[in-house]
Design a protein around this ligand. Sequence first.
Ligand code: BGC
Length: 725
Amino acid sequence: MNNNQIQSKIKILTIVILQISYIVACKHNSVETPIYKSKNIPVEERVEDLLNRMTLEEKIGQLSQIYVVTADSFTLKEIREGKVSSLLNGLDTFYSPSTRNLFQKEAVENSRLGIPLIFGHDVVHGFRTIFPISLAQSCTWSPELHQESSRIAAREASTYGIDWTFAPMVEVSRDSRWGRVAECYGEDPYLNSIFGVAAVKGFQGNDVSQPYQVVSCLKHYVGYSVSEGGRDYQYTPIPERDMQEIYLKPFKSGIEAGALTVMSAFNDINGIPATSNELYLRKTLKEKWGFQGFVVSDWDAVVQLIDHGIAADTATAAMKAFSAGVDMEMKSLTYQNLKSMVEQGIVSIPMLNESVKRILRVKFLKGLFDNPYTDTLRMYNEILTAEHRSLSRRIARESMVLLKNDDGLLPLDDKNQELAIVGPFSNEKNLMGWWKSMGNANDLVSPLHGLKLNTKPGTIISEKISKNTDAIIVCLGETREMFGEYHSRSDISLPEHQLQLLKELQKHSKPIITVIFNGRPLDLTEVIKFSNSVLIAWHPGTEAGNALSDILYGNYNPSGKLTMSFPKSTGQVPIYYNHRNSGRPDQSNYIDLDAKPLFPFGYGMSYTTFVYSNLQLSSQVITIGDSLLVSANVANTGQLGGEEIVQLYIRDLVGSTTRPVKELKGFKKVFLNPGESKEIQFLIHSDDLVILNEDFNSINEPGDYYLWIAPTSEGGLKGEFKLTK
Ligand code: BGC
């Protein structure tokens, strides 16, 4: 071999060596990329891989959600050390998307395993564009609209890097003294299920890993709305039958719809607080229903087990909540005790692993490992858009409920040239409800502003009543501070000074339109007496005044119907349409009052009239496993087009256990032009008639039923059928 040959051999050898070392390096690298960081590997494998790499401290860190306001060095250090799994709330400073990314960077780039944080926040009925409170949204009887408002709330919240909302609240609520009824979908389990599912779908979408969706959280599990006397956080004695037939139902539907998290409640259920209630958390939610996501406690609820009197110290509180099935602790820090408990064998490693896996699973599904940072620029053109505001306006006007309208006073027409708008809420901008998130009162159209903005040519809107005034619009109601968490009321009538004002207005001898901005059903007995028209506007959100003007000027014909009964007096509550009959139904009155509400569930007026006729049943008999088609004609016999919410109720007459006097089984919202009539059909399947028998088995019991196709829970067209084997 000459020199040249030797040189070229060396060259070839060098290339081969380099190639081999490149291949080895590549192989080596791919071994080094942990499975949990590889995008295309199934979530469960990634979870398992990560879990196997975690120390005991890191596992316990995943169970902790802390409340932060600023990115202080202590918090950043805790995140770096893997002691924090999730951050919640905080003030505006925290909710800048770049601060959020700063926290996230600490977790993803500077902690040992790079496990991302999940950011939670209460996005209940909007983020910056605020929609009507949830109770109001249920009065639209349009789950489609609610899904859409939840989708937009998610989209706006996600621009701030929020991955997870503590909503929807699906607690069937029947006591309007309780301030939190504003957050739910009313007194009916079926309606709460349907609206809860709509919210879950809107928040999470088809693919929750998309950057504009958020993880939803069904809350508060379970029975919190039963708080004695309507006082918040109080004892909740709940018979197992009510628990299963009423309170658990919407949660089960939400889980079936794919909700990834559940929040345990503050209340004490029959002597075992919800936070440490193994029966409902571990046994029912996780084992019986197969829920695969995770449970977060409510705010400080774990440490509050000490106040409940079932734990003497923080260690026992942690042990009880954790063993019962609370995977993540919100705010209080008792889970730090779990380390020594695991070491002592008091808490088992498999149980710890299971909780960690649940939390990691949700983080993987949300896409946080693959896409941990939020785009800081989206907030500039994705919030408070014209499209979002317009949906908010639509939902607000569809949620308003007309309770009284003497002599067709509304809609205001050309005869009403001069309108006076008065009352404490006439120019109010804080009409965003309790959970207003980033909602800003400056964005809100007040009632006065809305009426002026949309006024008809030639109409004068004044804040003073004069001899030329044609009609008085008086805006009354509850401020945001009069309902919501820890804001129960012992008397749910309007404050005395508001009633006084309404009475004083009588001296002008003008027609009075009373608009109520409220967060709960109220006792409106006096208001009805002293008003010609009454409109329930709730806390309508950002587009309050525009939506109100749509209704008052007749650009929208009201269609909202109540989803909670309005009582005749506070003494009647809890009051709800789907009560049981009792042995002496005729003697359910008080000596000073009857037992009927002032306005029942399902009630709401329109500017037109709807007439129901021609009830038809495809058969008088349903066989188990079969269906029955029921239909009726609904005709618009008035002068204006409008939407009607047609409701289907049933009553199971005789069973092995007592049944409610009426149960909502379906509803349809239909638009009818003047003079138009439509056949409205419902299918009742025998599964819809399943009840819990004495042994708590879900079965079909053959027997007789009533059914109604009706405009409210009272009255309507009545039919009968039989269920047979
Ligand atoms: C409320 C929850 C809420 C949590 C976090 C608690 O006080 O009960 O509904 O999600 O705070 O803000």
